[in-house]
Design a protein around this ligand. Sequence first.
Ligand code: G4P
Length: 526
Amino acid sequence: MGQYSEEIKRRRTFAIISHPDAGKTTLTEKLLLFGGAIHVAGAVKSNKIKKTATSDWMEIEKQRGISVATSVMAFDYNNHKVNILDTPGHQDFAEDTFRTLTAVDSVIIVIDTAKGVEAQTRRLMEVCRMRKTPVIVFVNKMDRDGKDPFDLLDEIEEELKIHVRPLSWPIDMGQRFRGVYNIYEEKLNLYTPSKQYVTENVEFKDINSPELENYIDPEQAEKLRSDIELIQGVYPEFDVETYLKGDIAPVFFGSALNNFGVKELLDCFVNIAPSPRPVQAVERVVDPEEDAFSGFIFKIHANMDPNHRSCIAFVKICSGRFERNANYKHVRFNKMMRFSSPTAFMAQKKEVVDEAFAGDIIGLPDTGNFKIGDTLTAGEMLHFKGLPSFSPEMFKYIENADPMKAKQLNKGIEQLMDEGVAQLFTNQFNGRKIIGTVGQLQFEVIQYRLLHEYGAQCKWEPISLYKACWIESDNAEALDNFKRRKAQYMAVDKEGRDVYLADSSYVLQMAQHDFPDIRFHFTSEF
Ligand code: G4P
């Protein structure tokens, strides 16, 4: 097809998602080691937002500053270009993660074998399901005692609402862990419980052969044979197409800390994971292999230095080739712009690049021109969809604490919202501004940044709200009637869309019952 086809086809852009502590950072680091992107363990770890620092915003700020460079980690592996998009580990930044998921073509989910499916994984999987993102599951920490693998697979199917197909199978666990049988490659991967050791790989097509006992205990061999038989009987053959449609998730078992099963995961991943996929714009579907460049902003990272209010806007390239110093259209402004210092992320370094292709992420230095969701093109008026806002979990009124600085406050709020730090709803009844977040920490972030970057002071006042629902109806009269009846609870979001603020789940249920013509949505795109 297009002239950049070869470059684009070899790209694999993905994110690793997990509940905190399941082993995302450790796995990322091991993948980077295989890709030759780093040479010592511990390099990624130091960039991680420490879990203990829940309310220490300064500390997080500092660490987030360092983590700009690691927002995207790219490396070459077996003639593939792998782009890993980092997602914040802290759950208060879940909204950031949701948006990052709009920029990836597939994901790897890490699950702790002892803990099974946890809350944050469940929520993130909902986003994947909505977008039909292909997922691979890595069950981590097999060197520890955990749940029975069959039970775990059932749990994954039930909790994550996706069919699974094991492509490797553990031989025992915890202290007796001997490795896995790699069903995908028909190999026996034996485990040496010392860090940074290459695993022993044995070609092993027929596990019914008595030779198996030369490698593992007779008891373990018997168990493995009967497990594999069960798997072949219960689970359908693995089919790449079904995986690519997001209908089945292949499952691998291993131990990231011990570097066990990681290479096998990576080998399978580059083989089966999708290259950049077509992206839906309002106007049409954009194919990655089209020659003309297009992309959208999915993340804006503020500069930590309050004296330079500049940001980095992260662009996911959806089609074609991006070239430094070329003219591209900023669609919202309908204006051509040139970018003289786009940065790309190779390994852990951020450097200016001359070109990048569909699938890649580039950073554009920005001084307030961009909002999350903005589209850039070679000239066409395209608007990429798929960057929904989700109903926040926590709400507070934001009030001005320094009457002399009202202007600064409003500007600050507006810019922070464009950056996607939180969501703003303006109550139509009393005109008060409400900020919605997914965690307490974001309120602290906003207060701190308003003061340090805009010289504005805010104070928070409590409001008891359960959910923000975007509403619509085919029946204009019914909509008007609803808005009148619920006037005190009606607000508009940043884009001016109607939002109903429900103060309890009971009230919401009643509203849904009493107003059947109204559709209530928990995300801003429907
Ligand atoms: P996260 O990014 O998903 O939050 O998890 P992270 O990689 O930081 O891992 C969380 C903890 O689990 C770390 O221990 C890490 O060493 C450990 N871990 C990761 N993979 C494995 C594994 O395969 N087996 C075992 N036994 N442990 C694993 P920590 O004590 O919190 O940190 P550290 O002090 O070891 O750095």
